[in-house]
Ligand binder design. Sequence first.
Ligand code: ADP
Length: 199
Amino acid sequence: MSGKLITLEGIDGSGKSTVLEQLKAHPVMSSVVFTREPTTGWIGNAVEHAIHSNTDHLAELFLFTADHAEHISKVIQPALKNEKNVISDRYSDSRYAYQGVTLSSRFDDPIKWIQSIHSGWTIVPDMTILFDIDPKIAVERCGNRGKQTKFEKIGFLERVRANYLRLAKEEPQRFVIVDTDRSIEKIEADVVGLLTSFV
Ligand code: ADP
């Protein structure tokens, strides 16, 4: 027996953080381990540094991937072994979707290549909830939070969204797509319903 790993994915501004805050307060979630990528450890800090500077895209991918390895061995694996359910705000699919765009000129099929370097050691989530939204609406929402990162431009996010939808199509048994162009209450109700029926 082990716990279940559930990941939340979606472009910036899709509403993940907002719904997560509501979820954390929900009684059903009291024994769940909530975590995120990038992590808040030193490798996660290096990732944040890369995101906010002009870092080589491949170097950036390897920092994210190192952070993922550290996250799995220090947080995810111990929690799952301890029969805890884990919810991670972003996980490996963020790499496939985002770096699948930033590395598109370096590899024929960057998603497949990035997946291949995760193969054999990553833990595949039991369920991935994809917060899906039109990037124009997402960017409008993000506009309210001030300075944007290089990842929060509409053209870029349209390609990230397309990558997420491709991933969901390739693994329909793992992904659930939630339309987040709705009220926070409706989205939260859907997500709580999904989680309670699953864990
Ligand atoms: P993410 O974590 O996916 O980047 P956030 O949860 O931080 O997105 O949401 C980005 C912004 O959009 C925040 O200002 C938040 O208040 C707002 N927001 C989130 N969900 C909704 C929603 N369903 N309707 C309207 N605004 C929302």
